[in-house]
Design a protein. Structure first.
Length: 281
């Protein structure tokens, strides 16, 4: 069951004209929100701590820079995959690593439009049944405090400048801006860190799909080139990890980490082809 749908329906139908509200609601996608687990909730993942890697597999490293920090793990079997519109593995674990600047005091920066930096973020899929061992944290890194996460499947809305918004909604709806009462209600509806698997990304700046598309197409392609929006349509959010005080995670200035993937690569478990970007205020 998807929780929260009634609230978003109420917000849209209360603060938007009827036709615009229905068009906007048709763009909602279910996402697996990852929230701090209570004692009574099943644990579906965790922030921080030490990763359990397959025996014999080395800690991910960015060649020439150093080891990546362990950000989070997600137990795929604990995510209600049938409730999402992306094809996650039915079991196994996803581990997320990122070069967060601990080693070099932030000198190296991972950017979607700089291919030489792509090795600074990585997704590792560990199939169920593979022998694993909890790894010691490499010298120079400090593990983030461990925070257990539970899953709550809820609808997610696209960013106002997402390409699908421009395609689906009347141009004047975007040019004139959204009613302040609507955007305020959406802001109030969201609370706490925005960790999630699947659904729409919650960008801090521009649509993350466009950032990934621009990076894939190359720096010689302008941001206003129509190919950017075309390529953006081929990417979906795999995971988003927000700034989180409980885990002592601060991405830039109150930013978030995003991993995106093509649906075909996700279906084929080609997590090595996932792309990364980070946004902050």
């Amino acid at each position: 069951m998807i929780s929260g749908m009634t609230s978003l329906h109420d917000i849209a139908r209360t603060h938007l004209p009827a036709e615009l509200a229905e068009r906007w609601l048709a763009l909602l996608r279910p996402g697996a929100h990852l929230v701090k687990a209570t004692e009574s909730e099943a644990v579906a993942g965790r922030l921080g701590g030490r990763p359990a890697l397959p025996q014999g597999e080395t800690w991910p490293v960015w060649p020439g820079h150093g080891p990546l920090s362990f950000v989070a793990s997600v137990d795929c079997a604990a995510v209600p995959v049938g409730a999402l519109d992306i094809v996650l593995p039915a079991d196994g674990s996803l581990l997320f690593f990122y070069f967060d600047g601990q080693i070099d005091d932030g000198a190296a920066y991972v950017a979607a439009d700089e291919p030489d930096t792509w090795a600074g973020a990585r997704v590792v899929y560990v199939p169920a049944g593979v022998p694993v061992a909890e790894c010691a944290v490499p010298v120079g890194l400090e593990a983030y405090p461990e925070v257990s996460l539970a899953v709550r499947v809820e609808p997610t809305a696209p960013d106002v400048w997402h390409p699908i918004m421009r395609a689906a909604l009347p141009k004047d709806a975007l040019d004139d801006g959204w009613p302040e009462e609507f955007t305020d209600a959406l802001y109030d509806h969201s609370s706490g860190p925005g960790h999630r698997i699947g659904g729409h990304a919650d960008p801090v700046q521009n649509p993350v799909e466009q950032e990934i598309a621009h990076g894939v197409l190359g720096a010689d392609v302008g941001w206003d080139d129509p190919r950017v929006d075309e390529e953006a349509e081929h990417w979906v959010l795999l995971a988003q990890f927000d700034t989180d005080d409980d885990a002592d995670m601060m991405w830039g200035d109150c930013g978030a980490l995003y991993w995106l993937i093509r649906p075909q690569d996700l279906a084929e478990r080609r997590f090595d082809r996932a792309m990364f970007t980070m946004q902050c205020c």
